[in-house]
Design a protein around this ligand. Structure first.
Ligand SMILES: *Cc1c(COP(=O)(O)O)cnc(C)c1O
Length: 460
């Protein structure tokens, strides 16, 4: 028998007060809360990794030793709430979203099928319809949540390929810009496309898909016998937040009857609001759009959704008949409209967070990230740095005139120095050089912190 004798309390009790559960939840919340408040001293990243995970043994470990391991795990983690966490599209978690995750875990419903998540499936449908309407799509539209932007993009591309009738055609291709996200390469592999099945169009001086080159690419495809099943426009590129011209691209796609997918993993959320963003218009002329609220709004990972202008296209692409689940004409089984099968109730945290924020709160968060970037742009020495940035909250920079080798050394060195000062920036390969990249999506970052950062960069 287990010497710790705790096998009675493995699951929540179905009667009584569940005291054990309450005690454990409280203890966990206390550790987590303390870690948040200790962030100022600890910085965004632990200096060295002191977490040494123990592996399962014959008998389970005591709760006390488990809690000390939990503490060690937490204290050795990246801390997104620290104001110097400016490296990636990983903002601090909204408190309401943390609650949503807890509820989803407790409910342990499955978004695979209606009978395993009756009201949450309805909630997912409702929130997708809300997004569709906000984006300007009509009542034929709808969507599905997925665990991240990569999967939402993949769902869109599979639907596009099926719709085009090129499901098993080896000459099928899709088009992205050279600055589109690296995950499209994965999508192409998963879809069984050869390297030549992913065509990259050049970007212009502002980092947007070059329309002349896109037209040229259409012509080339005809000559080479390639059949285009989708064009992907990026609404917010990863390196500089550039926005492809959806107006021009949608026009060209309409003329050729090609599916237009918008990768709005970074900027898509802005399209819901009244915030005026250069080049952000006409998203309702696309066939599908990915929105990834985990990237900027602070919905906890993962939270992403795909909205399609014609909801039936998802079912056409993914339906299997789901043989082991009772079917119904009244609703669509959610496991039948995307690549994921079993799915957690991630919609709860998204819904709760958006309800809590309201449009006013959503705009306040988004606007604040743009303001932080503008503030930095005001201070940074533009004679010293090449600065790449579009209309969104991302900046990549490098001292002028640096070659690849020096950019590699410089970014490594400066990133290390910045970490000592509790600033975490990222280091990314762009235009065949290494850049420092700053993402201003952290609501905890104050103007004085930004000033400190630009002062440091101006002085070195
Ligand atoms: C992050 C990102 C993705 C991929 O999203 P994941 O949530 O990491 O899967 C796709 N496109 C863009 C532009 C992104 O920034």
């Amino acid at each position: 028998m287990d010497p710790n004798n705790r096998l009675d309390n493995l699951f929540p009790a179905y009667q009584g007060k569940n005291e054990n559960l309450i005690i454990l939840l409280t203890r966990t919340a206390e550790i987590l809360t303390k870690w948040f408040s200790d962030a100022e001293n600890l910085g965004p990243l632990p200096i060295e990794n002191n977490f040494k995970p123990s592996m399962p043994e014959e008998y389970g470990s005591s709760l006390d030793s488990l809690f000390s391991e939990i503490e060690s795990l937490i204290y050795n983690s990246f801390n997104p709430v620290h104001p110097g966490s400016l490296a990636h599209l990983d903002p601090p978690p909204l408190i309401i979203s943390i609650l949503g995750d807890l509820i989803a875990a407790g409910l342990n419903n499955n978004l695979l099928a209606h009978e395993l998540s009756p009201c949450i499936s309805f909630l997912e449908e409702s929130i997708c319809r809300w997004f569709s309407k906000k984006l300007g799509f009509d009542e034929l539209s709808g969507g599905v949540l997925a665990s991240g932007g990569t999967l939402s993009n993949l769902n869109a591309l599979v639907a596009a390929r099926c719709h085009s009738g090129l499901k098993s055609d080896p000459s099928a291709v899709f088009i992205i810009s050279e600055d589109a996200h690296s995950s499209f390469k994965k999508c192409a592999s998963i879809m069984g496309l050869p390297d030549s099945g992913l065509i990259k169009v050049n970007t212009d001086i502002n980092g947007r898909m070059d329309i002349v080159h896109l037209k040229q690419t259409f012509e080339n495809c005809i000559v080479e016998g390639k059949k285009i099943f989708a064009v992907v426009a990026t609404l917010g590129t990863t390196m500089r937040g550039a926005i492809d011209s959806i107006k021009d691209i949608s026009q060209l796609c309409k003329e050729r009857n090609i599916w237009l997918h918008i990768d709005g993993s970074i900027g898509g959320i802005f399209a819901l609001t009244n915030i005026s963003i250069d080049g952000l218009c006409n998203v309702d002329r696309s066939n599908s759009i990915t929105i990834n609220p985990q990237k900027i709004l602070g919905i906890t990972k993962t939270s992403s959704l795909l909205v399609v202008s014609d909801f039936r296209k998802l079912n056409d692409a993914f339906s299997t008949g789901l043989p082991y689940i009772a079917s119904s004409d009244d609703y669509v089984q959610k496991g039948e409209i995307g690549v994921q099968g079993s799915r957690p109730a991630e919609v709860i945290k998204l819904w709760l967070s958006l309800r809590f924020l309201g449009m006013y709160g959503i705009e306040a968060i988004l606007n604040s990230s743009l303001e932080r970037k503008s503030y930095f742009e005001e201070y940074i020495n533009k004679d010293k740095y090449d600065i790449y940035s579009g209309p969104l909250h991302i900046i990549s920079l490098l001292p002028k005139g640096m070659n690849k080798v020096n950019s590699d050394l410089w970014t490594k060195k400066i990133r290390k120095e910045l970490l000592k000062k509790k600033f975490m920036l990222s280091r990314s390969l762009f235009k065949n050089k290494y850049f420092l990249r700053i993402v201003f999506g952290n609501y905890n970052t104050s103007k004085s912190t930004i000033k400190d950062l630009s002062d440091f960069l101006n002085k070195i």
